[in-house]
Design a binder for this molecule. Structure first.
Ligand SMILES: Nc1nc2c(ncn2[C@@H]2O[C@H](COP(=O)(O)OP(=O)(O)OP(=O)(O)O)[C@@H](O)[C@H]2O)c(=O)[nH]1
Ligand SMILES: [Mg+2]
Length: 683
């Protein structure tokens, strides 16, 4: 396996809407470079990057997949990412591993939501961006209009670096040799527009250009990289992944113009956390200490855990001893792999700009920093903003006894997927899985069944209601029992006070003179906390309460821990009953992205769900982001509703905003359900 110096490496993430053709394009690039003899097809499940069984059957990418393309003394590490909103975590995670984000837009559909968001995310990460217009072979596509849309939506700095020609059968270069004929717009004009844009970042060159009227591509290289780095230029390329038109030219653009790791903006690491954290810039120098970042973890029941990382500094070899984060115990790399979809090739070394993997290192999790010296302790990659998952299902094993295995597998999946959350509902003893959407959830459950042979039953999770009190009240209980010779005695007087929303729980001991000996106070608190966890009126955790224990009694012989637990619990229940308890419901903030024409319907629907619109912003022409608030319980079936209102062109997400008092009828219903369930339990 030849190795490449950092200057000869390129790192590129293919991102953009599902179905835009990223996986097919990856295949076409691999074919062009000679890495494969024949192009596979997504439809036949024969591509290099959609190698997973589920990807083959769904015919969509579900995970970021890494390939390398060796061409013209250059190695391109290419990451093919999924385009579905449900799997966005994989695409966002890949941004930390590359200098260039290549946003793929289908000529048939134009720039869509995910492409537009990826443009923003990549800009925030200060990556070089290029736009690839794919499917130029397709019928009834209007490429001039598409270019207009791209410039209107993504910015005027999006300029074609090549243009379709021969009716979309090939492309002509507008940068290096601008002397062909294109299907639309003049190649000479496109060339001039590019040069004009590039020289704007370099005053001296600009003066020279004005004087001479022409500048050679060689002279343009450095300012071109600067323009890419500063987001002052976003080259647009045209291709057909299917016919191969423009693929050689795209490869050429990546080799000659995409920044190498020393030319891109270095990623931002932080040393330390919180207020005292300071910025740390890595240097793509192979001789310095190793600094690498894990941007992907795959858990495979056969190979075990594979940690995929990008080297940012130093050289990793088989003998390198690496620390994971701040751990004190290093592991020896042993086997170092280069990935080609599902295949691994062993390599000797990885230098800055390389993407490589190690297997079977349990401590490696998503986002971990790998390094070889304690100078790099406390380092973290600048955090990525992942969407917060709210689509939940409650799960239980079909087979008794599978609980522990399910929990193990779920925790392994958590290490792999930053957009997955596992919650445990103490009241129902339910495990709740939260993901970005229905597809995301389904993919996880299918994987558990197919790969780990775990059969799972699912049902909608309980709405996470809460209980609280609205008045101050006092409670009292005397626990007294005589069983045989030994007795149990404990007496507690306490007061409950409502606290502000979100304040949680406070426990105060204001007793005097040792009426309750201090070794028994934790027992009183334990009794109170039992009620907090399971609720008093409707079976939901209680919050925003202060408990002040102000009096009590004990017995020198009969006072025991159990007696004070029981007295604390019952005194608290006694007080809560008088403190006008209520049920709180979760209010979530929703964000809907949809065609502008649906605004009225979406707003109407939200208000019929006791919700409201709080604001709207235009995302790009014709597309709008609607922000609103609604009670979580009212959003059941919202995905299906949105799909029908927008004809499948809307997407939505939600996150917790706050808790509010539930309306009276809902309060009543929840209390009655709770009473009924208690009665069933008692019988
Ligand atoms: N006509 C035409 N069809 C294409 C082209 N490229 C891809 N396709 C088709 O478009 C569909 C989607 O292609 P994929 O490569 O799976 O798209 P993707 O961007 O990887 O999609 P996700 O993995 O879901 O994000 C497939 O049916 C491809 O055959 C192209 O250049 N021309
Ligand atoms: Mg794909």
């Amino acid at each position: 396996m030849p190795s490449y110096a950092t200057q000869n490496l390129r790192t590129v993430a293919l991102v953009g809407q599902g179905g835009a053709g990223k996986t097919t394009l990856t295949e076409a690039l691999l074919l062009k470079s000679g890495a494969i003899k024949e192009a596979g097809a997504v439809e036949r499940g024969t591509t290099v990057s959609d190698f997973d069984a589920m990807e083959k059957s769904w015919q969509h990418s579900l995970r970021a997949s890494i390939v390398h393309i060796d061409t013209a003394d250059t190695r391109i590490h290419l990451i093919d990412t999924p385009g579905f909103a449900d799997f966005l975590g994989q695409a966002i995670g890949a941004l930390d591993a590359v200098e260039t984000a290549a946003v793929v837009v289908s000529a048939q559909t134009g720039p869509e939501m995910i492409a537009s968001r990826m443009m923003d995310w990549a800009a925030k990460r200060r990556l070089a961006r290029i736009v690839i217009v794919n499917k130029i072979d397709a019928e009834n596509v209007d490429l001039p209009q598409l270019l207009e849309q791209i410039q209107a939506g993504f910015g005027r700095e999006c300029l074609p670096i090549n243009l379709p020609a021969g009716g979309g059968k090939r492309v002509v270069d507008c940068f290096f040799n601008p002397d062909g004929e294109s299907d639309f717009s003049s190649v000479a004009d496109a060339h001039r527009a590019l040069v004009d844009q590039v020289v704007e970042v370099d005053e001296e060159l600009m003066a020279l250009y004005l004087e001479q009227g022409e500048i050679s591509p060689d002279q343009l290289h450095a300012p071109f990289e600067k323009a890419l780095r500063e987001g002052h230029l976003v080259p647009v390329c045209f291709v057909s992944a299917k016919t191969g038109a423009g693929v050689a030219e795209l490869l050429d653009v990546l080799v000659r113009l995409a920044p190498n790791p020393t030319e891109g903006n270095p990623p931002l690491f932080y040393k330390g956390t919180g207020e005292t954290a300071s910025e740390f810039h890595s240097e793509s120098d192979p001789k310095k200490h190793v600094l690498a970042h894990v941007f992907k973890v795959v858990v495979d029941p056969f190979v075990g855990k594979l940690g995929v990382f990008r080297v940012h500094q130093g050289t990793v070899t088989k003998d390198t001893q690496l620390f994971v984060g701040d751990s004190r115990k290093p592991f020896k790399v042993g086997h170092l792999f280069l990935l080609q979809g599902g295949k691994n090739v062993e390599i000797d070394r990885a230098v800055p700009g390389d993407i490589a993997a190690v297997a079977k290192v349990d401590e490696i999790v998503f986002d971990a920093v790998l390094h070889d010296s304690h100078d790099e302790d406390q380092l973290h990659m600048r955090p990525l903003e992942f969407p917060v998952p709210m689509h939940g299902v409650a799960i239980t094993p079909k087979k008794r006894g599978d609980e522990q295995r399910i929990s193990d597998v779920l925790h392994r999946m958590l290490a792999e997927d930053p957009t997955l959350v596992i919650e445990h509902d103490a009241t129902t003893n339910e495990t709740v899985l939260r993901a970005l959407g229905e597809l995301h959830l389904r993919s996880i459950l299918e994987r558990m069944a197919a790969q780990f042979k775990l059969e799972i039953e699912t049902r909608p999770p309980r709405i996470p209601y809460r209980e609280t009190i609205t008045a101050t009240a006092e409670g009292f209980h005397r626990h007294k029992k005589q069983t045989g010779g030994a007795g149990q005695f404990g007496e507690v007087s306490l007061r409950v006070e409502p606290l502000g929303r979100g304040a949680g729980f406070e426990f105060v001991d204001s007793t005097k003179g040792g009426v309750i000996p201090h070794q028994f106070m934790p027992a009183v608190q334990k009794g109170v906390e039992q009620v907090l966890a399971t609720g008093a009126i409707a079976g939901f955790p209680m919050q925003d309460v202060r408990v002040v224990v102000y009096d009590g009694k004990h017995h020198p012989v009969d006072s025991k821990e159990v007696a004070f637990v029981s007295a604390g619990r019952k005194a608290f229940l006694d007080a809560v009953e008088k403190a006008r308890p209520i049920v709180l419901e979760p209010i979530v903030s929703v964000e809907v992205v949809c065609p502008e024409s649906n605004t009225g319907d979406i707003a109407g629907d939200l208000s019929s769900r006791r919700g409201q619109v709080t604001g709207t912003t235009g995302l790009q022409p014709g597309i709008i982001v609607i922000n609103g608030l609604a009670p979580l319980v009212e959003l059941e079936g919202y995905s299906a509703r949105l799909k029908s209102v927008t004809g499948g062109h809307g997407s939505w997400s939600m996150e917790l905003a706050r808790y509010e008092q539930a309306p009276p009828n809902l309060q009543q219903q929840l209390k009655e359900e709770y009473k009924k369930s208690r009665r069933v339990e008692e019988e």
